[in-house]
Ligand binder design. Structure first.
Ligand SMILES: [Zn+2]
Length: 347
């Protein structure tokens, strides 16, 4: 989602982005690589850490034809044909685990949090030709517009396996508080939630790099959504708590390596902005719920702009998450209407 803050002038971005298939050095032995994505957010960042005769790679892109071409170009170009000996995936989303399976089969050790690995592997194995009844009920509860739902039900559902390689059995677990070494550095592992459960971030002890994946992004606020996998979740609470907790470790001198957009300085400010964004959204949403509404009817107060075709799905799960948060924190009531949608009203 587009940021509501004009923070661009306050965060500093020391580097210009590399082309797809190219890489630039952001610190000694650390390459920033760009991998294309087939959506409005058209890229994901990968980071490669030089291990001498191999690389440790952070995040693995998404499996689609242009992505595979870009990957081949990265291997032949900046990665100099050296193998990936270790792959670290920050979280389970398809733009971060897409090529994990093939890299594992080529010999890489995969490191992830347990929740992230289990979720990714479960979703890859769950191939559906039609929308399952629980997903349809979920869409209705979120107040998905009738026309959108009708259209979706005629299409093949999005399947993780469409964009993520099959994942072999076995991985190495990352946990909160671990210290791990890669790229000649020692890193503290800190977990966050809200965008994805048990999302890993890495804080270098020595040289002021922090790898945030999508837990902290500049310029856009990470999508905070409720999904059919856990329809009664309150990821907004998880998100705000994670930002508050990570703020205790954040300093201005670190260079943040995010999953999308550009590396930046200004981590304490960015965490503050992300928290404030959601409080702002919740305030506008609560005022709007003087008029009882389903989540699908709250896009205007939440996003302050029109939501177009391709954005609808992410906008809906984000709106639902904020409505659910107001319900779980006793600020709004909810009732099922005849169409199966939760209608929220301010208490
Ligand atoms: Zn991402």
């Amino acid at each position: 989602m587009t940021d509501r803050h004009a923070e661009a002038a306050l965060l500093s971005y020391p580097l210009e982005a590399p082309e797809f298939g190219a890489g630039i050095e952001v610190a000694s032995g650390v390459l920033w690589l760009r991998f294309p994505l087939p959506m409005a957010l058209d890229h994901v960042n990968l980071y490669a850490f030089d291990e001498g005769d191999s690389w440790t790679l952070v995040d693995a892109g998404m499996r689609w034809p242009k992505g595979l071409e870009a990957w081949d170009a990265l291997v032949e170009g900046p990665l100099q044909g050296k193998p990936i000996s270790r792959l670290i995936c920050t979280h389970h989303h398809p733009d971060h685990v897409g090529l994990a399976g093939r890299l594992q089969r080529a010999g890489a050790e995969l490191l992830m949090t347990r929740v992230a690995w289990l979720t990714a592997r479960m979703l890859v194995l769950d191939v559906e030709a039609e929308y399952p009844a629980e997903t349809v009920a979920f869409y209705k509860r979120a107040g998905m517009a009738e026309k959108v739902l009708e259209k979706r039900l005629k299409e093949r559902p999005f399947n993780f396996a469409d964009m993520v390689d099959p994942m072999p059995l076995g991985y190495t677990r990352l946990s909160e508080g671990d210290t791990i070494s890669f790229g000649g550095r020692e890193w503290d592992v800190r977990l966050g939630s809200g965008h994805a459960s048990d999302h890993a971030t890495f804080w270098s002890k020595a040289d002021d790099l922090v790898i945030t994946g999508d837990q902290v992004l500049p310029g856009i606020s990470p999508n905070i959504g409720v999904y059919p996998t856990e329809p009664e979740a309150d990821p907004v609470s998880d998100w705000i708590a994670s930002c508050e907790r990570l703020s205790a470790f954040a300093t201005d001198d670190v260079l943040v390596l995010p999953g999308h957009k550009r590396p930046f300085h200004g981590l304490p400010l960015r965490l503050r902005q992300l928290i404030d964004n959601h409080h702002g959204v919740l305030g506008r949403l609560l005022a709007h719920l003087e008029t009882p509404s389903s989540a699908g009817e709250t896009f205007t107060p939440i996003f302050k702009r029109e939501i177009k075709g391709g954005e609808y799905g992410l906008a809906l799960v984000e709106a639902f998450a904020h409505c659910q948060h107001l319900y779980f924190t006793d600020q709004a009531n909810r009732e099922l209407n005849a169409a199966g949608a939760y209608v929220y009203s301010k208490i």
